[in-house]
Design a protein around this ligand. Structure first.
Ligand code: Q9C
Ligand code: ZN
Length: 342
């Protein structure tokens, strides 16, 4: 399987995140991608190539122009106002606060274009996030060109980012950008299966009113897990998209038997939908030793996830999302890919 990877991910290295009431080093760190790349090499998965540059157009097919503009200029605006450490949002327009105007000040703009504080912006963030999207798009082009599958080793991840807001370590929604590119290149239907531990709220939001993209997500029950405000089973799509969104909220402690049952249900829905291509939001923070998650999948379970995805028999783009048990992230992510190829 072809892997697409850019070393520029390391230009994005946030210093701290607010968790459990205290500032801790960011769990989303460059070493994550280094470990996955190391494992790809170790097992000889296949060629590793750099991304091509697809420019701005595919980004604004799923994100608004003003949001992409904000991301491009945020670091410059932040430093122009006298700061040189990471930019972080601190105030949000909830409920009856005003959403009809975008603040001029960078601190106001950071809040307007985010839904949490898990998104540090650093000097290299724009380069890293656009290259991460280009990694996904290069994989998309390979699959459109006839490859059975490709692995977009994206970092930063993307599935929490919606059309106009960042959050949860995510800025540009790499999987959504790739899914839209498949459609723009002639696919009629795309399924996105999100196996990251957290609900893919951004991807769901982007495609919620559409029937050309089916979205399915297996994740920790948002009643007790981040992102808390989306990802429930009664969110089934709206308007034309009614019936094309499927959430599988699962309780803390979920291990393979219950996870596999939900995965089988999702796979049956994908088969019934009959997509031209499949995009997998590949998070491995479902691992038993993940430091911020509460599922109990084991190393070998990821091989079985890959086998079940392969049985769908569709051209498949794997897009890297979360996973914070850094010593095992490479084993688990690449196990999915090896299970797929077996
Ligand atoms: N107490 C991804 O996996 N913080 N993002 C959770 C838990 C945010 C995860 C705090 C987690 C975001 C791509
Ligand atoms: Zn996650």
């Amino acid at each position: 399987m072809l892997t697409i990877y850019s070393d520029t991910h390391r230009l994005h290295h946030g210093k701290a995140e607010l968790i459990d009431g205290t500032l801790k080093p960011c769990f989303e760190m460059p070493r994550r991608a280094d470990m996955v790349l190391g494992r790809v090499r170790e097992v000889g998965l296949g060629d590793i190539v750099p991304p091509r540059d697809f420019g701005r157009h595919p980004l604004t097919r799923v994100h608004t122009e003003r949001y992409v503009h904000f991301l491009e200029h945020a670091w410059q605006d932040w430093t122009a106002s006298g700061r040189d450490y990471d930019a972080l949002p601190l105030v949000w327009p909830v409920r009856d606060l005003r959403l009809d105007r975008v603040p001029r000040d960078i601190d106001g703009r950071l809040g307007f274009f985010s839904f949490d504080a898990g998104v540090p912006i650093t000097a290299g963030t724009w380069q890293a996030i656009t290259d991460s999207a280009n990694v996904a798009l290069t994989g998309q082009a390979a699959v459109t060109g006839g490859a059975r599958a490709a692995f977009a080793l994206c970092r930063p991840p993307g599935h929490h980012a919606a059309a106009e807001y960042m959050g949860g370590y995510c800025y540009l929604n790499n999987a959504a950008i790739a899914a839209q590119a498949f459609l723009d290149d002639g696919a009629g239907r795309v399924s996105i299966l999100d196996v990251d531990y957290h609900h893919g709220n951004g991807t769901q939001s982007i495609f919620y009113h559409r029937r050309d993209v089916q979205f399915l997500s297996l994740h920790g029950d948002p009643d007790v897990e981040y992102p808390y405000f989306l990802g429930f089973a009664d969110e089934t799509g709206a308007g034309e998209g009614e019936g094309y969104n499927h959430n599988y909220p699962l309780p803390h402690g979920t291990a393979w038997p219950d996870y596999a049952a939900a995965l089988d249900n999702a796979c049956a829905r994908i088969a019934a939908y009959g997509p031209d291509v499949l995009v997998i939001s590949l998070g491995v923070d479902t691992f038993e030793h993940d430091p911020i998650s509460q599922f109990r999948l084991r190393n070998a379970d990821y091989l079985e996830i890959g086998r079940r995805i392969a049985r769908l028999g569709r051209p498949t783009l794997f897009v890297m999302e979360g996973g914070y048990a850094v010593e095992d992230i490479g084993i688990n992510a690449v196990n999915v890919l090896m299970g797929f190829e077996a």
